[in-house]
Ligand binder design. Structure first.
Ligand code: AMP
Ligand code: GLY
Length: 413
């Protein structure tokens, strides 16, 4: 099978490693890719959000399968353009990717499907936003309606800060605060059949102890020993299946990866958000533990044959990933810093680039994510942090407490 992977982040590097390891994948290209992905795939230049350009590249490379990593190309209709050329695409149509592209749309679908989620109001004026905030009370949750790379949400006890964010965003969703540990559940689907992956936990805040601003994600681990044994089964039944049925009913079936972001509240698992693609950096840990060949699984989703795909198999042990971000992230990151110690197995590249003289430099906010597998979570933590110590990047920021609470048995439901 000839595969073209679209994207250039840590998620795509992890996907590329998984695809390259699948014996059924005999050719792997990536566009635009990054220096880490270049170790396992042939790189091509493309504007990932240009549907015609991606489809033309897929034809030129005689791809059998195009795997679309990030949300922006999906929302722009890249999967539709690839399918229009008769090539299988892993990822939802533009119409179905609205589950991520518009928080208000996602809420509308959840409501129609009876999915457990926070009470919410979609607001287009500051006055409406203020009224909704007053109705729901503190802590306030204000979400930018559109795509914001994981940085469009403000959770605050300050009414004025909440109103200010609503004012800056224009259209917002104001919602009830959900308390409880957060879980990311990824479900591969062809629109009808589902293959849930192992639940993982992400760390959204920049600093240790869940302090500081929200980011795209600063680390992750799996499995979650503290999660209820029936979590996946319950979320598939209460959330995933009704959502997929509602999307089919609307004539816009969702295929690809449905990312269910959950809070495990005292009233059960409730949806915080849907994404239309693999999460970053949770993918790095989930795929590190997946034993089933990745190309075959994604191809089954893309070709509507997931019902016939064998049950997933998993490696034993635990995986953890620690994101190394650049100076000033999640503000405008400083780029161009030289990186050393990053060209070793387990170091997943995200915002890296190659300087003309061959040096590896930082080129984005989240630069690397250092991933390790161990016999257990403490072992995985030790191995990942040992790898982090080997990476040199001026001004680097990383959390030192990824998976620490779980190791210490301090995650409570
Ligand atoms: P989102 O982009 O919707 O995942 O939001 C980013 C982060 O904001 C989440 O991972 C949560 O930590 C927090 N958040 C979002 N919505 C809520 C909510 N309703 N209640 C509590 N925290 C939330
Ligand atoms: N790690 C969160 C996300 O991918 O949206």
């Amino acid at each position: 099978m000839r595969v073209l992977l679209i994207g250039s982040g840590g998620r795509e590097h992890a996907l590329a490693v998984g695809l390259a390891a699948d014996p059924s994948v005999d050719f792997l290209a990536a566009a635009p890719g990054n220096p880490g992905i270049a170790q396992v795939a042939e790189l091509h230049e493309v504007t990932a959000t240009d549907p015609a350009a991606v489809a033309a590249l897929a034809v030129e490379l005689r791809a059998d399968l195009v795997v679309i990593g990030p949300e922006a190309p999906l929302v722009a209709g890249v999967a539709d353009a690839v399918r229009a050329k008769g090539i299988a695409a892993f990822g939802p149509s533009a119409a179905a990717a609205r589950l991520e592209g518009s928080k208000a749309f996602a809420k509308e679908v959840m409501s129609a499907a009876g999915v457990p989620t926070a009470r919410s109001f979609a607001c287009t004026t500051v006055e409406a936003a203020r009224a909704a905030l007053e109705e729901l009370g503190a802590p306030y949750v204000v979400k930018n309606d559109g795509l914001a790379a994981g940085k469009g949400v403000v959770v605050t006890d300050s009414l004025e800060a909440a109103v200010k964010h609503a004012e800056e965003c224009g259209t917002v969703v104001i919602e009830e605060y959900l308390s409880g540990p957060e879980v990311s559940l990824f479900v591969v689907t062809d629109g009808t059949a589902v293959a849930p992956l192992m639940p993982a936990q992400d760390f959204k805040r920049l600093a240790d102890g869940d302090e500081g601003p929200n980011t795209g994600g600063m680390g992750a681990y799996a499995p979650l020993d503290w999660a209820p044994a029936d979590l996946t089964e319950r979320v598939v039944r209460e959330t995933v299946e009704p959502t997929l049925a509602e999307m089919r009913r609307r004539g816009t079936p969702f295929s690809g990866l449905l990312y269910v972001g959950l809070a495990l509240t005292p009233g059960g698992p409730k949806v915080i958000e849907f994404n239309a693609r693999f999460g970053d950096p949770e993918t790095q840990v989930v795929l590190a533990l997946l034993d089933t060949p990745l190309g075959g699984l994604l191809n089954a989703s893309a070709t509507g044959t997931l019902a016939e795909h064998p049950a997933l198999s998993w490696k034993s042990g635990s995986a953890i990933t620690v994101v190394v971000a650049s100076h000033n992230y999640p503000g405008t990151p400083r780029t161009g810093d030289v990186i050393s110690g990053a060209e070793v197995p387990g170091v997943i590249h995200a915002g890296t680039a190659r300087r003309p003289d061959g040096a590896l430099i930082s080129a984005g906010g989240r630069v690397l994510s250092v991933t390790a597998v161990g016999d257990d979570l403490p072992g995985a933590r030790e191995a990942a942090y040992a790898l982090v110590e080997g990476v040199r990047l001026e001004g680097a920021q990383y959390r030192t407490d990824i998976a620490l609470k779980a190791v210490e048995g301090r995650v409570t439901l």
